[in-house]
Unconditional design. Structure first.
Length: 473
């Protein structure tokens, strides 16, 4: 079901304070010459107090008065004065860069926008903070823990926000940064999106900044969808490395490959030393390939670059097997967990599929397609090792379109490298470019000239971008 409503956490996603409130409180105590008691001494009581304050059971004044007393502030008059300073500090909110711009763009795309927020303060004060940042006009629903009587990750507060918006969990997304709060939204049945997120946060989608939310396929607008449909994409070309497949280190597997290479060549050196020298020579080859955008055949790779000091008549017949083994020294390659299902579904929806990939192997990828039962779904396979030219040169993309019998404007490319994959596909005139990026790489900026049409986090996100071309059974 398409997403109709987007609900945001507030602090840490839309705004922040120049200094955390906890740090501010400790500085107040230091200023007053008070050495705070260790938090471990009253952690459970502090957690219970916070829960009562978030749920509106006690007031902010009562909460901070109790906290300061636990820290060791015995004078009630001093506590009252410090509480007033803490409240004033809490009012000093600043927009997280791009938050307002992102909300405005999502609003323009037709989404209902809401906020699901935990706070010890009443709803009216939260609204004042949003007013001060110019966010209030963009927010349709505000679910505040002190007003609802429940706080995240309790599903009740998410469901209350959905009730206020008149939406179901299936047509709603929650954007947050805290691992527990994202999990709470998932339990409520919402799609989850992590932004500015904790290291251990798990979500359906990830965005490095609020503005990156605009590139997620679930947040595309109807006008853009119509524009994509007008492009009438017929063929979807997909990269292999880090897109259809992933590389996983396996030292035992890699060591066996090194042993077999040494045995095949007949060297007296240890497999480790021999392959270490191959790695050095391979780096030299890669530098040449990157600079010239040429790709050597397997025969040329081994006779010219990797083993030029061995008789050509001996090495040339072994080139295919040596390449096969050498790639194994880098690790095991596995298909993405959702690869086959996505391939089958895109085919069912009426798209033709192809592969365009930079690689030194000539046989391994066709062999993998055969073994995994994917060969019938990829009638067009263009490998740089056979074609002789590499991405980002446009030639290999144009060759793919030529073999598939499609105009480049009717083709899409799915890759993983902003510079290589976006630049080449654009130069070739492809109608759409999509990047599959690992969440761990989400913080790495993408240059404006390498911005794709979409950024996805898993292959199955392609199904949100490519609707059926024809009726399917």
């Amino acid at each position: 079901m398409a997403i109709r409503g987007i609900f945001f956490d507030a602090a840490g996603v839309l705004y922040r304070r120049p200094e955390s409130t906890n740090r501010f409180v400790l500085k107040l105590l230091e200023r007053e010459g008070i050495v705070p008691r260790p938090v471990d001494a009253f952690r459970d009581r502090l957690s219970a107090l916070r829960t009562d304050a978030n749920n509106g059971v006690i007031t902010p004044d009562e909460y901070w008065d109790a906290v300061l007393e636990m820290y060791g502030v015995g004078d009630p008059t001093l506590r009252k004065a410090l509480v007033a300073e803490i409240h004033a500090h809490s009012d000093t909110v600043e927009e997280i860069p791009g938050a307002r711009q992102a909300l405005a763009a999502l609003k323009q795309r037709g989404f209902l926008l809401g906020i699901v927020t935990d706070t010890i303060y009443p709803l009216e004060r939260k609204r004042r903070w949003l007013d001060s940042l110019g966010l209030s006009p963009l927010v349709d629903v505000l679910a505040c823990s002190t007003d609802v009587g429940a706080h995240k990750p309790d599903p009740a507060i998410y469901l209350r926000a959905l009730e206020m918006a008149g939406l179901t969990p299936a047509e709603s997304a929650f954007v947050g940064h805290d691992a527990e709060e994202l999990e709470g939204a998932r339990k409520a049945g919402m799609t989850t999106v992590a932004v500015n997120y904790d290291r251990d946060a798990k979500a359906d989608y990830y965005a490095a900044t609020p503005l990156d939310l605009l590139d997620l396929p679930i947040f595309k607008d109807h006008a853009r969808l119509e524009g994509d449909m007008e492009r009438n994409i017929e063929v979807i070309f997909i990269d292999v490395g880090a897109t259809l497949r992933v590389l996983v280190e396996d030292e035992e597997y890699q060591a066996e490959a090194r042993r077999r290479i040494a045995e095949l060549v007949g060297t007296q050196e240890s497999p480790e030393a021999f392959c270490a020298e191959l790695d050095k020579r391979y780096k030299t080859y890669r530098k040449w390939a990157f600079e010239t955008l040429n790709e050597a055949s397997e025969r040329e790779l081994w006779t010219r670059w990797l083993l030029p000091d061995y008789p050509e008549e001996k090495i040339a017949p072994l080139a295919g097997e040596l390449t096969f083994l050498y790639r194994k020294t880098m690790g095991r390659r596995f298909a993405q967990p959702d690869a086959k299902d996505v391939v089958l579904e895109l085919t069912r929806r009426g798209y033709r599929l192809g592969i365009i990939s930079n690689t030194i192997t000539e046989r391994e990828i066709p062999q993998w397609l055969e073994e995994d039962g994917l060969k019938p779904y990829f009638p067009t396979v263009v490998l740089s090792s056979i074609f002789g030219r590499r991405k980002p040169g446009p030639e290999i993309y144009l060759e793919g379109a030529r073999q598939a019998g499609v105009e480049p404007a009717r083709a899409a490319y799915v890759g993983d490298n902003p510079a290589r994959d976006v630049e080449g596909a654009r130069k070739a005139g492809f109608g759409m470019v999509i990047l599959l990026l690992d969440p761990a790489e989400a913080d790495e900026p993408i240059a404006a000239e390498n911005k794709p049409d979409y950024i996805i986090r898993r292959l199955s996100d392609l199904l949100d971008i490519f609707p059926p071309r024809q009726a399917v059974s």
